[in-house]
Design a protein around this ligand. Sequence first.
Ligand SMILES: O=C(O)[C@H]1NCC[C@@H]1O
Length: 357
Amino acid sequence: MRSIRTISIVQCHAEGEVGDVIIGGVLDAPSTCKTMYEKLLHFLDPQRDAIRNLLLNEPRGRSSMNTNLVLSPCNPEAVAGFLIMESGEWAPMSGSNTICTATVLLETGMIPMHPGINTFSLDTAAGLVGVTAECTRDKCQSVELDNVPSFVFALDKEIDVPGLGVIKVDIAYGGMIFALVDAASCGLRIDNLLGPKLIDWGERIKKAVQEQYTPVHPENPGIRDVSVLEWTAPLEGGENGDKTAVNAVVVSPGRFDRSPCGTGSSARMAVLHARGLLKEGEIFRHRSIIVTEFVCRIKGTSRVGDFEAVKTSIKGRAWISGTKQVFLDPEDPFPEGFRVGDQWNMREDACLPSSGR
Ligand SMILES: O=C(O)[C@H]1NCC[C@@H]1O
């Protein structure tokens, strides 16, 4: 066996969405990086971005997975930092990946875990994220994260989508920038049977939004452009007065998030709050295409630049599913892997954020 790279990984999923965690084999960014966003830019360099391709492309990866890179934090309040590799980008923040990373850090002993409530903060490229983990002696039962402030860029924005006509979308930030579209407004419903159409239309709408509207985060202009599309369904009343909704998030290059999507849940709560449909403190149960659930809440309000923002929490569960060591034979003809049209939407490049993040 020969290898010019050895990367140690703990495999994990949060409510169905894979969020593997690298625990060894990748050097931290240089200390000249003063924020996690600067570390993200360091890894975006084409030479270092090869690692994202190596891990997420076939034959080592697949279209529906993410990998997290644990690094030292830049903010001294955090116990660890991490960066999120998705197939389409280095995401500034991700709910399912935070839940996976927190669970792996606790269950592997990288962060001490004691029975009961464990609280700490993690540093991300989008900012500091608070974690409240409920643990037994040997298992992290759930992770509630306090997400970065979320806000609405635009409600009911009319987007002309070639072949589909004018479609109304909401644009909101929840750690990533989303275009949210009511599935019924396009004559669709959130249903696995409609998977190919939801993916195809979702990517086409996302591309049209990218061409017609450029949202820019007021505090970090590097975070710009819609990179994720969220099909929404109306709110329903649940037991105990809780509010529930199903969603299907289309992640580039064109596949469903298997979890209810944490950043998408925060973006949806920002929209619901702006429309007067969700109040501070109300429980919002957000369900995925595979009917897993995040329990979400608006915990307060704040401001981001000129935008009114909501502080949201997302609670979900993650399970470690294995460990692996990834190798790269020096003669492997695919050091950055490959993508094939049966599993990957090959129009992917059209749907990446223009910043190339
Ligand atoms: O939970 C989330 O925020 C996400 N899951 C995969 C894609 C998004 O980053």
